[in-house]
Design a protein around this ligand. Structure first.
Ligand SMILES: *Cc1c(COP(=O)(O)O)cnc(C)c1O
Length: 222
């Protein structure tokens, strides 16, 4: 089923959209099956789980950290993580920079924008992002690169609301595109999950994070 699901989703994705297969809570065998079907980019939301899976699975997998990040866990993945989607504080960005430096590498990051009408979703307001991007402290960070933005829409059936939220992030993204520096160059707009990725793509997403439509519903209690 995983292979068929992947084929079906890939057939609907435009060429400029990258698929992140969200494998959180799923066993190694499921990820291997997706890998054997050609998938190379996987997303996890817990550092320890990602580290275990990274150790056991083929080394050409690109691992994306998509969840809320605890600063004290950054060090465990700094040597291999390919992209961190959920950067939602300057302190976290500084910690990623510090840990990346130890491995003499640059870690690509996405700043997470708070676009949902919910208190539970993490992320910056656009003003807060502006402040960071324009700060002298940010310009000093040499071991991170902000390559894009990430956002999650409100969990609702109201398509218009979701569309508005995605569109607001796309507009902000576009307004910062010409703004390039050594550690800031927006290319990736990560928006869209199983329930809303088609709408997200219509609104300008270049990276979708899809879990349950590939691997089936998650059972957190197993
Ligand atoms: C779990 C998760 C997803 C995938 O959700 P599905 O609805 O299963 O596709 C996408 N993004 C983030 C940040 C997640 O935590």
């Amino acid at each position: 089923m995983i292979k068929e699901n992947l084929t079906q989703i890939n057939n609907t994705l435009p060429d400029h959209v990258t698929l992140v297969a969200v494998s959180k809570t799923k066993p190694i065998a499921d990820i291997q099956e997706a890998y054997d079907a050609g998938q190379r980019v996987f997303g996890e939301n817990k550092v320890q789980e990602m580290v275990t899976k990274h150790d056991e699975l083929p080394k050409d997998i690109q691992w994306h950290m998509i969840g809320h990040l605890q600063r004290n866990k950054v060090k465990y993945m700094a040597h291999f993580v390919d992209l961190i989607h959920g950067v939602d504080s300057f302190k976290t960005l500084k910690e990623i920079d510090k840990q990346a430096k130890k491995h003499d590498r640059v870690i690509n990051c996405l700043l997470q924008a708070h676009i949902a009408q919910e208190d539970t979703k993490f992320g910056f307001s656009f003003n807060e992002m502006d402040e960071i991007i324009n700060s002298a402290e940010f310009k000093d960070l040499k071991y991170i690169k902000v390559v894009g933005l990430m956002g999650m829409a409100t969990f609702t059936d109201n398509q218009n609301q979701i569309k508005e939220e995605f569109t607001s992030l796309k507009s902000y993204f576009d307004s910062k595109k010409s703004y390039q520096s050594q550690n800031f160059d927006l290319k990736t707009l990560s928006m869209g999950m199983s329930g809303d990725y088609q709408l997200a793509i219509d609104c300008g997403s270049t990276m979708v994070r899809i879990g349950s439509s590939i691997f089936g519903v998650r059972n957190y209690f197993s």
